[in-house]
Ligand binder design. Structure first.
Ligand SMILES: [Zn+2]
Length: 101
């Protein structure tokens, strides 16, 4: 079963990062509550395990804007919001990543 990366929406997420559920809005209605584990593609997984949060946030914002070009004008705000969302993710990690079979 194909799984989307929760960070950059790549269609080939191969890693599962356990996390507790939390509420964190990037844009109201676009990303709401985070429920449970996060899926990550290989590139995002490597950013996560290496602790490169700035790189992870930058990658997420760029792919998010690619899907929603009208949001380019609020890139700075998006970067802040996405960084806060990812900070929540890191704060709520519940264990080591495992490969998705
Ligand atoms: Zn990804």
């Amino acid at each position: 079963m194909a799984c989307l990366c929760d960070f950059c929406s790549a269609p080939n997420a191969g890693w599962r990062h356990p996390a507790r559920s939390f509420t964190g809005y990037v844009v109201p209605g676009v990303i709401g509550e985070s429920v449970g584990d996060w899926a990550a593609c290989q590139e995002c997984h490597e950013l996560i395990v290496s602790g490169n949060r700035a790189g992870l946030t930058e990658r997420s914002v760029l792919t998010f804007i690619a899907m929603h070009p009208e949001l380019r004008v609020v890139k700075t705000e998006l970067t802040t919001e996405m960084g806060m969302l990812h900070a929540n993710f890191f704060a709520n990690r519940a264990g080591p990543a495992s490969a998705i079979a």
